[in-house]
Every structure is written in C-alpha cells, then in structure tokens.
Write a protein that binds this ligand. Sequence first.
Ligand code: HPA
Ligand code: ZN
Length: 352
Amino acid sequence: MAPSADHANPGLSAERLARIRSLPTAELHLHIEGTLEPDMVFELAERNGVSVPFESLEDLSSRYRFHDLQSFLNLYYECMSVLRTRDDFRALGERYLQRAHEQGVRHVEIFFDAQAHTVRGVEAEDVLDGLLDALRAAEQKGITGGLILSFLRDRPVQEAMDTLESLAHRTDDLLAVGLDSAEVGYPPELFVPVFARAKELGLHRVSHAGEEGPPSYVWDALDLLGAERIDHGVRALEDPELIDRLRRERVPLTVCPFSNVRLAVVSDLAQHPIAELLDQGILATVNSDDPAYFGGHLGDNLAGLVEAFGLHDETLERLARNSVEASFASERRKAELNALIDHWVESVAATR
Ligand code: HPA
Ligand code: ZN
C-alpha cells in the first residue's frame, strides 16, 4: 500500500491529532521530489508524454516497500522523471506547501535535487523558478521559506560544481547547499571544493550524514564541509565524543523518524533514537524527509512519536522551538515563529 497521511496515526483521538498537527514548526529536512504523490506521477506523465514503468496506481503503490536507502532512491529517481517544466515544479511545491500548512509548518527550507533534473535536459532555473513561484504564493498563507540546492553525492563532483556555477548568479534565490543521495562510499571529503565555493558565494551549508554512513562522516561534514546542520545524524549516537561536540556547539540534527523506519535505519518507531538524542541535550528537530514515500508529513511524524513514546506537550514544544533555532530564518521571523508557539502552548494549557 502507498502511504496515506490520513492513516498514519490510527491510535490517537481526532482531538489529540488535531492539536499535534496545529503545533507551529519549521520543516528543515524536506526533499521536494519526495513529496510527489502517486496520482501526480501519472498526471504529469500523461501531460508531458513521459512513459513510466508502472502499469497503474495500484502497481506503483505496491512498490512503496523499501529495505534500505538505495531501494528507495531507485523509485524516487524513477518517479521524478515526470517533472519537466516550471509549472510542474510550481504545482509540486504548491501541493506540498498546502499539506505542510495543514500540519502546522510555518517555515520551510526545501531541498531540491537540481542534477536529477538537469541530466534529463530540464533547466535548473525552471526548477528554481517553479519552486520560488510556489513559495511566494505560500507567503500569503503565512509560510516563509527558502531553497537548498542539494548535490547528489553519488554523481561526479565536477557535475556538482558545474551545477553550482550555473546558479551562481541566482544566489539571492538560494538559502544553502546540501548533500544527499547514496551515502556509504561517498564521504564528505569528496565535496570539499564545492562547499568551499558555496561558502564564497555566501550560502549556508548543510549535509546529510550519519543516516547509513558512519559517525566519521558527521565529523567530516562539520570539519571539512563546514556544515551548519547535519541531516539525519542518528548514527552520531555511536560516538560519545561526537555527541559531546554536537551538544556543546549546538549543532542541529534534522531527524526524520518515519524515514528512518521505512528505510530500516531503525527497526520500529518505538526504537527510534530521537528520545535519546533529546535526553542527551542535542538540538534535534523532527522532519518528514520524503512524505509521499514514508507515510506522512511533519505533524504525522510528531503524532507517531507521541504514540510510540507518549511524548508530553512540553517535548513537542521543545521540538518546535528547536526547529526555529535550527532554521536559517531571520531573527525577526524566528521571534514571530516563537510567538506562534507561545500561543499554541497557551491554548493547550487552556484545554487541560
Ligand atoms: N537520504 C539521502 N538522500 C535522499 C534522502 C535521504 O533520506 N531523501 C531523498 N534523497
Ligand atoms: Zn533527506
């Protein structure tokens, strides 16, 4: 079965679920291509005359079973081949922002995999402009955000550099660079020159590390790439010295619980290390990663954790405050987001 957000948290009452989903948060780990839902795959395939190797919605839905990161990436890249035009990226962004808004997200920093599109002949600027169209429209609804150009670490380093240079005149429209795709065997050190150039261009830097890769990749993302946040980072728990550093330097981890379960990084939600990370004083945040593939959006992930761990409202508040602190939003926007969280805390207290 394809994941369905409506059925993500069957164990909670409708009121509790609504309350969790109304918590104002910042989403910091979200791949826009991972929000492409099955019906849109078929709609865009038809509109753009792209053939896809799936016979029907049922056939596609039956393939949402993964045993590791690579088994997911294979389907993820296959599905996104239907995205071709600026309009497609605008529509994709709009649908995600609508869903995210319904689940409390009020600020979002969105990854896009430019190379996955340019290798198919799509212009990087069409991707960028379509997503910016969607973000500008969402501002009317009270969501702010920006875009993170994410390099595919399993493709040539020179291709990443060329992609960055091709958008060097658009750095005002970019927030940061990131590093994603197959992790093991593609260590951060490969991308030192690309991240150095991104720094020169005035961009923030983040990196996936410690999802399937070892703690040494987290050290190297920090020390060699200058990463300001670590995406995933759950394997940092294997290295007490690293945990100590992350805590002392308040390095944020953008943790994705549903993703970690679906990709077998952890065996089930009840075994998820988020509680341990919080106990250790780590600036951990909760995010959805690829919500169309992993069973839910940010609010669903929070609700899943409430079900699995019985998280208290104070912990939900802390996760929301962490997401604001870890974001690249302006100080002024951070203050606004914290005021929204204050309001949520007051309204929750009033219903007790
Ligand atoms: N890890 C690495 N690359 C990705 C992911 C992820 O979780 N999602 C989309 N691309
Ligand atoms: Zn990711």
